[in-house]
Design a protein around this ligand. Structure first.
Ligand code: AMP
Ligand code: GLY
Length: 432
């Protein structure tokens, strides 16, 4: 099979790493990819939302399977574009059409979907841009803290948690009156705050059958002990001790099955990943958000735990034959730590030379924001630069291996969290 992966992050490097191991993979292309993916296949200099150039490449390289990494092309309708083109229509593509991608593309749509299908989530109200007065009146009715969400995609920055009512009103004013986040705030969702521990659950579905992939916990804040700004994710662990069979049974019965069935009832064909970000509130799962793609850096711990042929699995799903596929999971723990550029998630510099010594135990090094410069040197090219993943018998062992490997990687201004996985160890200890 000739495979094209769209995207350029650590998630896409992890996909490329796993797919390139499949005997079914003849040629691998990544658009636009990064320095890491260029070692596994051919990078194509095409932006993920440039559908015409993607079309040209798909036909030129006789692509048999297209995997869409990030949400943007899905929300912009890459599947709809393929399905309406006679030359592309029959090429298996993994990712929902624009109707299904609204689960991520519109918070208001996702909340209404959950309400319609009785899927547990925080109570909420949606306000149109002109409704600032009623939105502030709603804030007066509900207790702190306040969760404000831009309806549309806002590069992961559209959720604000405000400790006080005054702060919430100020932020709401920026969103609704000053168009902060542009069109994404044509509508704003205000919802109740959920107090608990987060979990990322990954569902692969062809619209009929579904399969649960290994779950993960993401570390979102930039500094240790969950301090500082929210990022795309600074590290991840899989499996997650509190996601035990009884909790996962609740997740499956109350959330996963109603979601897959809800899509069917609403006549929304869906073929791809559903990433459910949920909160464990005193043992009960509530959906915080849906994403229509895999998580990053969660993919960097989920894929190393999958023993099955990933290309076979994903292409079966894309051909609506998921019921024939099987999933074999490595019981070991995978832990990843993201090395980021100083200043991220704010401003940061690019082009810093990355030095990786040979001695990395058997850790996996997934490139996120990297590229080769004109002299062929690997340099930083984003806020999140490299994810280092290790597999080991437990969290403690995986932490040791990963941090040991990180000591052999260097770039100017490199920052990373030192506490990935630690809270889960404490959780373990508290239970004992
Ligand atoms: P998102 O950008 O949608 O991933 O949301 C960013 C983060 O905001 C989530 O990962 C949660 O930590 C937090 N969050 C979102 N909604 C809620 C909520 N209702 N209660 C508590 N935290 C929330
Ligand atoms: N790590 C969270 C995300 O991919 O959205």
């Amino acid at each position: 099979m000739n495979v094209l992966i769209l995207g350029s992050g650590g998630r896409e490097h992890a996909f490329a790493w796993k797919i390139s191991q499949s005997p079914l993979c003849s040629s691998l292309f990544i658009a636009p990819g990064n320095a890491g993916t260029s070692e596994l296949g051919e990078n194509l200099d095409i932006r993920v939302s440039d559908f015409e150039s993607i079309r040209t490449a798909v036909l030129k390289y006789k692509i048999d399977f297209l995997l869409v990494g990030p949400e943007e092309p899905l929300v912009k309708g890459i599947r709809d574009f393929f399905e309406s083109d006679p030359d592309l229509r029959n090429i298996p593509l993994l990712g929902p059409g624009s109707a299904g991608a609204l689960l991520e593309g519109s918070k208001d749509f996702a909340k209404a979907f959950m309400q319609r299908h009785s899927i547990p989530t925080a109570s909420y109200k949606t306000f149109n841009r002109g409704d600032y007065e009623s939105a502030t009146a709603y804030l007066d009715e509900i207790p702190a803290p306040y969760v404000l969400k831009a309806d549309g995609l806002a590069a992961g920055k559209g959720v604000l948690i405000c400790a006080t009512r005054d702060e919430a009103k100020t932020e709401l004013g920026k969103m609704m009156l000053e168009s902060r986040f542009g069109n994404a705030t044509n509508k704003v969702v205000i919802e109740a705050f959920l107090d608990g521990i987060e979990l990322s659950v990954f569902v692969l579905t062809d619209g009929n059958t579904y399969m649960l992939l290994p779950e993960a916990k993401d570390y979102k804040r930039v500094y240790d002990e969950d301090q500082g700004l929210n990022t795309g994710g600074m590290g991840a662990v899989s499996p997650v001790p509190f996601a035990d069979p009884s909790f996962m049974k609740k997740v499956e019965e109350r959330i996963v099955i109603p979601t897959v069935n809800g899509l069917k009832k609403d006549k929304i064909p869906y073929c791809g990943f559903v990433f459910i970000g949920l909160m464990n509130v005193a043992g009960d799962p509530y959906v915080i958000e849906y994403n229509v793609r895999m998580g990053d850096p969660e993919t960097e711990v989920v894929l190393p735990r999958i023993k099955s042929d990933l290309l076979e699995l994903l292409s079966s799903c894309a051909q609506k034959k998921l019921s024939r596929a099987n999933l074999e999971v490595d019981e070991r723990c995978a832990l990843t730590v993201m090395l980021v550029s100083e200043g991220y998630p704010g401003d940061y510099s690019k082009g810093r030379e990355i030095k990786i010594q040979e001695k990395l135990n058997d850790s996996l090094v997934f490139h996120a924001g990297t590229k080769k410069n004109q002299s062929g040197m690997t340099v930083s090219d984003g806020g999140r630069v490299i994810a280092v993943t290790s597999l080991a018998s437990g969290i403690e062992e995986a932490r040791e291996k990963t941090y040991q490997s990180i000591s052999h990687i260097y770039f100017d201004g490199m920052h990373y969290r030192k506490d990935v996985g630690l809270d889960l160890l404490k959780d373990y200890a508290a239970k004992k």
